[in-house]
Design a protein around this ligand. Structure first.
Ligand code: NAD
Length: 487
């Protein structure tokens, strides 16, 4: 059965790039197959654009910028809200597409459509509130103030783990600000991006405002970073690639916003009910099969409740079902590809060879070659890869600690600084640890922390800038100061 036959609206499945409102073939004959990670079947192909076609996308975004920025904010809002409505109306097809190309269970994919769409609605409204300010004048007979203006063309480079929401969180902010965008989705998950383009067109978003380019990642990114007409680059992905892009943007001194890797500590205080905390930790670790920058990678449990916590964690973990995300009652889908499985296995082997205890995790039970059964390791220490590297897999590592000062030191012992979790009801402990953590986001007694109203982003090597919230749109705005003299 072809992919389009699984959709109620087959036109959402596109195998072309989308440039200047046109579905575009590659001109050099290069293409890439896209696979269902659960079955290994090819879902379709995408063309790789040639260098001049990427430049043509910049030309289109430049031409469209003139008109898009000139619209009133409420006019842009109406079009973005129409896009939002279409995302909601096609939620089931978008979720099916996403599960097929990314592997996550269908209910999670539906949740991502909802989450991704919510940013479109949020920024549609925020676009009407890009206020400037009036400044009390220190210059005689002058009026001083600021106005906000769109930066121009924004290049948006996104990962495969959240193929839809990572695009809307950027694109909606940029477009609401009056910018035009060129999206370069991950090659593993282009179809969600192309379905977004189809719906943007139906929503009346003019040609050239929302473009999707496809191609060899390093080649495409190099062109977009070196292009002076591209005024902002927003990237979500690995720290390795983020560093590379930051360097490539230096010559054109463009705005760079980076949402990079995470290595979240999950701190459990001695006062916690071990069962409640263990269940929360399982939820924070295994979403999207652990392929989540917010995944609880280092679970730090007070020594007084460690053993009980481990028992409850193992019990909860054993109840997780692994399988094809299109089937019902699945908690964990496949990993994105075989290399991810190999990386996870290597991280587990490294930990065991350095003294970690394998409590659970039998890979002989895996239902297919891209699947990785959840693993629980205890006695995890600083010298193991799992401590420092994102496993991006369902591998949980637990470490016991003795007191608050020690756990703060352990939690901060990473180059990453995206998100951290604290579970305790002791308000003094919460305040002390929350303030001492070197992370952009700290969630206390809650697994859920993200959404349109809050600033998402990290410190240290987890990135630059924030997405969402009232400041998310600022990544795409310039502040122009004016002085009206001789009044
Ligand atoms: P990745 O860095 O490999 O790829 C991200 C994007 O960069 C893709 O579009 C890819 O095609 C492109 N790319 C890859 N190599 C490139 C190169 N040499 N030059 C230019 N572009 C290149 O990351 P990934 O594996 O797709 O995603 C996983 C990573 O993303 C994890 O590190 C995860 O923590 C991070 N992530 C961060 C957030 C956040 O908000 N902080 C959210 C989701 C994922």
């Amino acid at each position: 059965m072809t992919l389009s036959s699984k959709l109620s609206d087959p036109r959402l499945f596109r195998q072309y790039a989308y440039v200047d409102g046109k579905w575009t073939h590659g001109e050099g004959g290069r293409e890439e197959a896209v696979f269902d990670p659960a079955t290994g079947e090819a879902l379709g192909h995408i063309p790789w654009l040639e260098a001049h076609q990427i430049t043509a996308a910049v030309d289109a975004a430049e031409a469209a910028f003139v008109h898009w920025r000139a619209l009133r904010a409420d006019e842009r809002c109406e079009r973005l809200l129409a896009w939002y409505d279409l995302l909601q109306a096609h939620r089931e097809d978008l979720a099916t597409l996403m599960t097929l190309e990314q592997g996550k269970p269908l209910p999670d994919a539906r949740g991502e459509v909802e989450y991704g769409a919510s940013f479109v609605r949020w920024f549609a409204e925020e676009g009407k509130r890009t206020f400037g300010e009036t400044i009390p004048s220190h210059i005689p007979n002058a009026a001083l103030g600021t106005i906000k203006e769109p930066v121009g063309i924004a290049a948006l480079i996104t990962p495969w783990n959240f193929p839809l929401a990572m695009i809307t969180r950027k694109a909606a902010a940029a477009m609401a600000a009056g910018c035009t965008v060129i999206v370069k989705p991950a090659g593993e998950t282009p179809f969600s991006a192309l379905a977004l383009a189809e719906l943007a067109e139906r929503a009346g978003i003019p040609a050239g405002v929302f473009n999707v380019v496809l191609g060899e990642p390093a080649e495409v990114s190099k062109i977009l970073c070196a292009e002076d007409r591209v005024k902002a680059l927003s990237f979500t992905g690995s720290t390795r690639v983020g560093r590379l892009l930051l360097e490539q943007c230096a010559n054109t001194v463009k705005r760079v916003s980076l949402e990079l890797g995470g290595n979240a500590p999950f701190i459990v205080g001695p006062d916690m009910d071990p069962r409640e905390a263990a269940f929360a930790a399982v939820a924070a670790k295994f979403q999207t099969a652990g392929q989540d920058c917010l995944a609880a990678d280092r679970i730090l449990v007070h020594e007084s409740i460690h053993d009980e916590f481990v028992e409850h964690f193992a019990e909860r973990m054993a109840a997780l079902t692994v399988g094809n995300g299109l089937e019902s009652e699945i908690d964990l889908g496949p990993l994105i590809h075989r290399q991810a499985v190999e990386k996870a296995a290597a991280i587990v082997d490294d930990a065991i060879s350095k003294g970690a205890t394998l409590v659970a995790g039998d890979q002989s039970q895996a239902p297919g070659e891209n699947f990785f059964m959840p693993v629980l390791l205890t006695d995890v220490t600083h010298d193991m890869k799992i401590w420092h590297e994102e496993s991006f897999a369902p591998v949980a590592g637990i470490t016991a600690y003795a007191d608050d000062d020690q756990v703060i030191e352990m939690a901060n012992d990473t180059e990453y600084g995206l998100a951290a979790y604290i579970y305790t009801h002791d308000i003094r402990r919460i305040w002390k640890i929350m303030r001492a953590l070197e992370f952009g986001m700290v969630s206390v007694n809650s697994v859920k922390m993200t959404g349109p109203p809050v600033p998402f982003g990290g410190v240290k090597h987890s990135g630059l800038g924030r997405e969402g919230g009232v400041t998310g749109i600022d990544e795409y705005l310039e502040t122009k100061y004016y002085c009206l003299g001789a009044l």
